[in-house]
Design a protein around this ligand. Structure first.
Ligand SMILES: Cc1ncc(COP(=O)(O)O)c(C=O)c1O
Length: 384
């Protein structure tokens, strides 16, 4: 396998990132709170690695349950205002963790047609009939439900909370209202891009939509609405690595008892767990990071709008720009790169149209001057 040396990352991702030997002003990836190179996180990671080794060489059910693993779950529980949490090897597995935890309580799985691969994998894992509905389309969901759940079959709806390239929020409030007509129904979000970044407290898309937080990731079936679930990752906004599912004590205890990801595999490296625990503490102790991220999102969106570019009005740190032609988008990307500014042009992604789109990732550590440089850079290319 050969790799393009110009694309190899040679520093921690941050507002400035070195790639292929050049330092760029960086608006790519998912490090929304700018924590990946934070010295306190790195120190905690190194110290715990020296103490506990690279790995525990056995599952947590046996003797592999190191203190950093217990710590990171306690910190995550605190962040989400829940009793406990389950921390596991990869955010990619999050939807599967939830699906396994609630298996047996649903009969049909409905997923957004543009869902992340991991949503699709989780749906397949459930071994229940699977159907898709239109991307972010409540009417389409209602129609598929009507067709597939007439006989009391209980639906589980899974969607990305935030779509990774388009940066759009799923209309979870509308889904919630529709699902009220289906007793025993459930709605689960993959909040990989939302946790730590979206919502007044960074708790993700369900909280942003004002859905009843106290019912999220619990074993309780609310009388008047669907059950709510979320899965996420610490590898994006939180600057670490590994998947996270917070929840009520009994919900998490059931996962700890039952999940193969707990019982039958090595957990995340203890050093990484310690770094993640420190990251969660930093986010708890510095709410100004989230405030700053939200302000920066507004600055970027307003700045692009000021250039006459249409951008969605959502509080998400992923800003998607679709220009009239592919050539124009490629030119914006290439010329900004020449100016030392990195943004991504995605020629195709499941929820983008045929032209693809430019994806701009906003970080809490971008300064106003950096954002102005981005906007001026785009303006310069569009004017030429
Ligand atoms: C929507 C979504 N879910 C899950 C994941 C997987 O998370 P992780 O990379 O932490 O395994 C990603 C990763 O890019 C993602 O975009």
């Amino acid at each position: 396998m050969t790799f393009d040396p110009a694309k190899i990352m040679q520093s921690a991702p941050g507002a400035y990132t070195t790639i292929g030997g050049r330092e760029y002003l960086y608006f790519v990836g998912t490090g929304y709170l700018g924590l990946h190179g934070h010295p306190e996180i790195l120190r905690a990671t190194c110290e715990a690695t020296m103490k506990y080794g690279m790995g525990s060489a056995t599952s947590r059910r046996a003797f592999g349950n190191t203190p950093p693993m217990v710590d990171v779950e306690a910190r995550a529980a605190e962040f989400f205002g829940m009793d406990d949490a389950f921390y596991f090897m990869s955010g990619y597995l999050g939807n599967s963790v939830v699906v396994q935890a609630i298996g047996g309580t649903f009969d049909v799985v409905l997923i957004d047609e543009s869902s992340h691969y991991s949503v699709r994998d989780a749906a397949v894992l459930s071994q229940k009939p699977m159907f898709t509905f239109g991307n972010r389309d409540p009417d389409s969901l209602a129609a598929v439900l009507k067709e597939q759940c007439t006989d009391g079959r209980r639906p589980l709806v899974i969607t990305d909370g935030v779509f990774p390239v388009r940066g759009a929020l799923a209309p979870v409030r509308e889904y919630y209202e529709i699902l009220k007509a289906y007793p025993g129904s459930a709605l689960s979000v993959d909040d990989a891009h939302a946790l730590g970044a979206v919502g007044p407290l960074g708790r993700g898309s369900l909280d942003q939509a004002g859905l009843p937080w106290e019912t999220v990731n619990t074993n309780v079936q609310p009388k008047d609405g669907p059950r709510l679930f979320l899965a996420g990752t610490l590898s994006k906004a939180f600057g670490g690595f590994g998947g996270i599912v917070p929840g009520s004590a009994d919900f998490i205890a059931h996962i700890h008892d039952d999940s193969p990801y707990f019982r039958a595999a090595n957990p995340v490296s203890p050093g990484v767990a310690a770094g993640c625990a420190r990251a969660l503490e930093l986010v708890r102790d510095h709410p100004e990071m989230l405030t700053r991220l939200h302000a920066n999102v507004k600055l970027v969106r307003d700045g692009l709008r000021g250039l006459g570019i249409e951008v969605d009005d959502v509080p998400v740190p992923i800003v998607c720009v679709v220009l009239d032609t592919v050539e124009r988008m490629q030119r914006v990307q290439a010329e900004l790169m020449e100016q030392g500014i990195l943004i991504a042009y995605n020629p195709k992604y499941s929820d983008l149209g045929p032209k693809g789109g430019i994806r701009i990732a906003v970080f809490a550590t971008h300064t106003e001057q950096m954002i102005q440089r981005l906007i001026d850079g785009v303006a310069k290319v569009l004017a030429s």
